[in-house]
Design a protein around this ligand. Structure first.
Ligand SMILES: [Zn+2]
Length: 309
């Protein structure tokens, strides 16, 4: 039943599309959302696709590829009872200086704390956005109704992050890498990102063989609020495996229960989820109670304790 699609043209979404950054891409959102049902757990997604990407880069992140990624994610999350609504697709010019940035503010040159596990260390010392990242996201995403409860897929040319490889007991090597996509999850940033921007996921390269999974994987980080982990494997900066959605590889499983690190249960606690009733009003999941770390009280009984790596 095309309940959501029908309402998209009647509610704030159409009004919102007449203001702010860029212009709406002429896509039939009603058809795109035709299968969504009232009463089901739902996440809204807005897509921002700059019109002035360098041609050599653009081929890696064509709008069509982004939408294909969302449709793949929709199939994966439907298996665990979550539907994805595409509520806005916009294009326009982005200040060329803001198309490339380093995600983190100065301070990221410091290695992560090493005496508690990754999530507890992030709780104490969350990542903060760089001023360029903030300016870029503000200029494209801006503010609007429900912006703090929506996923914003923002296509950019390059988003860099830095991390430290441990060489030995007292030596770390700083590496700066270009991300293919970045989810800015609450377990890393807590509430340091302005609320209306906190749903951001950047996409910079969907041109690799595994890219069909990228949008779903990043949505997984954001909505499950967990790093690269799966069953017996504790979270780490990079983790390969062909089973779980939160691993690199071909896996799409979102397991449940303690053995599954509560991924499915955590997903359904996400503050980005709502249910819409027949009158069109949305009931949101409760928001984070303590900034949104991995151990936030909304996940009571749905966390895993583990030692520092
Ligand atoms: Zn990842």
């Amino acid at each position: 039943m095309s309940v959501h699609g029908g309402q998209l043209t009647q509610t704030g979404h159409s009004a919102e599309d007449r203001s702010g950054w860029g212009i709406p891409v002429p896509i039939d959102l009603e058809s795109l959302n035709a299968d969504l049902e009232d009463g089901q757990a739902t996440v809204d997604i807005g897509i921002f696709h700059p019109s002035n990407l360098e041609p050599a880069h653009r081929q890696r992140v064509e709008l069509e590829t982004v939408i294909d990624g969302v449709l793949e994610a929709r199939r994966i999350f439907a298996l665990v009872g979550l539907q994805l609504a595409v509520v806005s697709v916009r294009t326009g010019l982005v200040d060329p200086e803001l198309l490339v940035f380093h995600a983190e503010a100065p301070g990221s040159e410091l290695p992560r704390g090493r005496y508690a596990n990754l999530y507890k260390e992030s709780q104490k010392r969350p990542s903060r956005l760089s001023s360029t990242a903030l300016a870029a996201l503000e200029s494209v995403i801006g503010n609007g109704p429900d912006h703090d409860r929506r996923i914003h897929l923002v296509v950019l040319e390059d988003v860099f992050i830095s991390f430290h490889d441990r060489i030995d007991e007292r030596t770390w090597q700083l590496k700066t890498i270009a991300t293919n996509a970045l989810s800015f999850p609450a377990y890393t940033h807590r509430d340091t990102i302005p609320r209306h921007l906190r749903g951001v996921i950047t996409l910079t390269n969907l041109g690799r063989p595994q890219s069909w999974k990228t949008v779903a994987h990043e949505l997984g980080h954001k909505l499950i609020n967990a790093s690269h982990e799966y069953r017996d494997s504790d979270p780490q900066h990079e983790a390969y495996g062909d089973e779980g959605l939160l691993q690199y590889g071909s896996g799409t499983d979102i397991p449940s229960g303690r053995d599954g690190r509560f991924h499915r249960e955590r997903l359904h606690r996400s503050p980005f989820i709502y249910r819409r009733d027949a009158s069109g009003s949305k009931t949101w999941n409760p928001d984070y109670l303590d900034g949104g770390g991995y151990y936030d009280p909304i996940y009571e009984g749905l966390t895993v304790g583990f030692d520092p790596s």
